[in-house]
Every structure is written in C-alpha cells, then in structure tokens.
Write a protein of this length. Structure first.
Length: 482
C-alpha cells in the first residue's frame, strides 16, 4: 500500500513481514568486471555468487507465503489422480471461472502446445505485442509468423497513456481483411505487455478485441501470466472499475477469451503453469498432446507440491496487497528516477522499472546492442543483475540480417515480496552516478551467437575495452564500494 508522508510524498509500505532471510554479498567493482567479462557481457551468464541484487526477472524468484509453503507440504503426492490436482482445479474454477484445466511445466510449454495445435500453414498469430518465447514457438512451427498490432502510443516511452498494452482495433480489422480468417491461428492478448515495459491493456479494449473476433470467427487467447497486475491497473486507472475488487476484475477478464494460459512463476509465485478454458472442444484438441510433451493429465510437468502451492497462490493473487506489492515499488522507483531526469518508461508498468537505453546512451549505435551495453554497465557499477530487453532479445531474420527492436530497454525487475525500498534507493544512487558517466559506456559485439533465443546463451565483448575504463572511473569515486 502507499503511505503518505507529512511532506506529501508517498512511499510503498509492504504488507508482509520477513521470517526467513537469505544472505547476499556485494563483491568489489573489479571482481564484477571480471565476472561480466567471463559471462560474455550477458547477465544471464552471471553466477549468483557474483550478484548483489538479482533483478534479472520476476519469474520464478518471488517469495511464497506461509500458506503456500503449507500447501507445498500437505500435498497428495501421486503420479496419477492426485487429490491435490482436483483441489487446484477447484481453485481455478473459483478464481478464474474455468471448468477445464491442464498443468504444464511453465508458460512456454503452454505456448508450445497452443502453437502446435492452432497455428495455420502460411498463417499468422496476432498479438498486442510479442514475448520472446511466444514468438519463438509460433515461428518454430515453420508455418506461421507473429503479427504485432500495438497502438502508436505503445512505443512512446515518455507517456501518460494509462493502457499502452492495448491492441489497435483498426489494425486488427485491416489484418483480418488482408490475411483472411482462415490464415489466423488465434488472436493473443498479453497481460501485461512485458516487452513494452509491463504496460497493461484496458477492459474496454479487451472487449473490443473480443467483439471483432466474434464477428470473424477467430479464437481469442489470453496470456494471463501477469493478470493480477493488469487487473490492479484497471482498478486504479479505468473508469467504472474503481469500486470493484481485484477478484471481480480478474473474473471478468477471464470471461472474455476462449483460452487462458499463464506462467505460474509470476503471479502465483510457483514454478509451473497451466492452460484453462470453458470450451470442451478446444480442450480436447490440446489434451492428447499433454502426456507427450509434459506429463500425465493430473500433473502435467509440475510436481504435486508445486500444484498445491499454486492453488494457494491463485487465491492470494486477488488480494490488492499482493497484486499491487511490486507495482507500488515500481511506481516509487520510476517516479524517483524520472524526477532526477533519468530516462525511464512511463507511466510505471508492472514487473519492472524499465530504463530507456536509447535516451540513456544515445551515442551508442543501434548495431552495437544499446540496452545490452547499459545492462552490463549497471552490473559493473552496482552488482545489480538486470535484463537486456532490446535487439539482443530479438533473433535474426531467416536470411541472417539483424532485426532491430522497437524499444531498447534495460529491465530492472522487482520480484514480489523480496526486496525493500532501501534496495531500490541503492539502485537509484548507482544509476545517478552511471548517468553522469554515461559517455564511458560503449557498445558490444557478438563473439558467440546461438540461432534462436540468443539472449540466453549468447556471448559478447566490449568494444574499445570500455568496461575497464568504466571500472577505473568508478573505483576513483567509490573505491571497493564499502
């Protein structure tokens, strides 16, 4: 929740208390430089022993509640027919309103099954914006491509538009006319749009998309990996929803699509995921492939302990103090940086604070991986592991040419119920120093590049040895940090 101070400022106050702690360590800047060089200037390749604040992602690194741990322990651990699965199915019905559900080992497994079953030859899957694994699974079928129909406002990083994750309805109608309904596998809405800076879509826009899909006989799919955040934004920003509960908003959102899926590693704070629907025929098309790629029908690639904890997490994610815990920290983070003149994506979104790397280091050429360089620089001066969300997160075209990202973002994720405002203040101070010395940051070049999802395993090197020069400047001002 937000707590207003006497001077008018607002700070988020966590509505939880810490009962178990994990020690973290800040290694010296010189050691951080060595670590990022060995990692190929790719923060995914860093070892956690070298990371101070791990803000690479909000996926799979959130804190589970005491009740979730209780659910973890008291499971019916059976290969088939576990009562824990049926209790989970009851929770899906209660919270989301779906009668049919299958578990998968994580969100990209759901994307794999959906792409395998519903992608069409020489077709497209339409989305408000792609996610890395979503696009990969669509394109790896070899028969379909991903078509993004975002609004013009979506790419404006300095904005006050409350719903930059909306789909452009005119573009949707034009795409249907161009491709024909028989070539469109499905229409996908992502809540919230990860690669646009965690920006939500409005309920009004979602309903408009539903209407167009109904008029053209198209399948509508909702990626609800961050549904509680999207619902929280609707509650805070959309007229007519201010007096509804998060639970009511989520239930309404889930009544709109034909198929729902999510990565449980985010909102439910548990490794795993699921696909759910009220359409028995659609479910029957997916169900035969579940044991082939995931596991038996009542566990689907997850452990029963995870399913037990996920059932509790589903019920907890509708609590405003849970749905909004990271959002309010991000809001504080973004607004503080914005007031200091540091370029960030506004309005504040879900899952992370996003630095606009193009504006932070405008001197770096687009072919030198702008946000990858800034993300590595942030690690060198702070020990904070963030994530590149720019051109490195894109794969090359089929002919090998570079595909440049619409946005170049350094994403500083905020795992739920893990870090405090003091940690955020530390990052703000380090970002201030880095912004003042941004001219020292140069670009990167690939020295090893996988053919798909290269941001996971790729290795790069610093052009003109800028990492060493940045470290020298940092040590001059801070010594060994402490």
């Amino acid at each position: 929740m937000l707590f207003k101070l006497k001077d008018g400022r607002e700070i988020p106050v966590e509505l939880y208390k810490t009962r178990v702690v994990q020690k973290i360590n800040l290694i010296p800047a010189r050691a951080r430089l060595k670590a990022i060089e060995e990692a190929g200037y790719n923060t995914f390749q860093l070892k956690t022993r070298d990371v101070f604040l791990d803000m690479l992602t909000d996926s799979g690194v959130n804190a589970m509640s005491d009740n979730q741990w209780a659910g973890w322990i008291t499971t019916d651990d059976a290969y088939a027919g576990s009562m824990t699965f049926y209790e989970f199915a009851d929770a899906v019905k209660e919270v989301l309103g779906y009668n049919y559900v299958m578990n998968v080992h994580q969100g990209r497994a759901a994307e794999h099954l959906l792409s395998k079953v519903f992608c069409k030859p020489e077709g497209v899957v339409i989305t408000n914006y792609h996610f890395t694994t979503t696009r990969a699974h669509i394109e790896v079928t070899g028969i379909s491509e991903c078509l993004e129909l975002y609004t013009d406002e979506a790419l404006n990083t300095k904005s006050t538009h409350p719903f930059k994750g909306n789909m452009d309805i005119d573009k949707l109608k034009a795409a249907i006319k161009k491709y024909g309904r028989e070539k469109i596998g499905y229409v996908r809405m992502e809540a919230t749009t990860n690669l646009l800076g965690g920006q939500p879509f409005s309920m009004e826009n979602f309903k408009e998309v539903r209407k167009v899909c109904d008029e053209n006989g198209l399948l509508l799919v909702l990626d609800g990996s961050l549904i509680s955040e999207n619902a929280y934004f609707i509650w805070k920003r959309e007229k007519g929803y201010e007096n509804k509960t998060i639970a009511q908003i989520i239930k309404e959102m889930c009544s709109i699509p034909d198929i729902f899926y999510l990565s449980g590693r985010k909102n439910t704070c548990v490794r795993g995921g699921f696909i759910a629907t009220n359409n028995k025929e659609l479910f029957a098309k997916l169900e035969p492939w579940l044991p082939v790629y995931e596991g038996f029908y009542t566990y689907g690639g997850m452990s029963m302990r995870e399913i037990g904890a996920m059932a509790v997490g589903l019920k907890e994610m509708v609590d405003p103090s849970v749905a909004g815990c990271a959002i309010e920290q991000i809001k504080y983070f973004v607004e503080k940086l914005d007031s200091l003149g540091i370029p960030v994506v506004t309005p504040p979104g879900g899952l992370a604070c996003h630095i606009d790397a193009r504006k932070f280091v405008p001197h770096i050429k687009k072919e030198e991986y702008i946000s990858g360089a800034l993300t590595a620089a942030l690690y060198i001066v702070s020990g904070v592991r963030a994530m590149e969300r720019g051109t490195i997160s894109m794969d090359r075209a089929k002919d090998g040419t570079e595909l440049y990202a619409d946005l170049e973002l350094t994403r500083i994720a905020i795992p739920r119920r893990v870090y405090s405002i003091s940690h955020i203040e530390y990052i703000i101070e380090r970002l201030q120093w880095l912004y003042e010395h941004r001219d020292l940051i140069k670009g990167l070049k690939f020295i090893f590049e996988p053919p798909v999802l290269r941001f996971f395993l790729g290795k790069l090197a610093a052009i003109d040895n800028w990492g060493e020069k940045l470290t020298i400047a940092f040590e001059k001002d801070f010594g060994t940090d402490w």
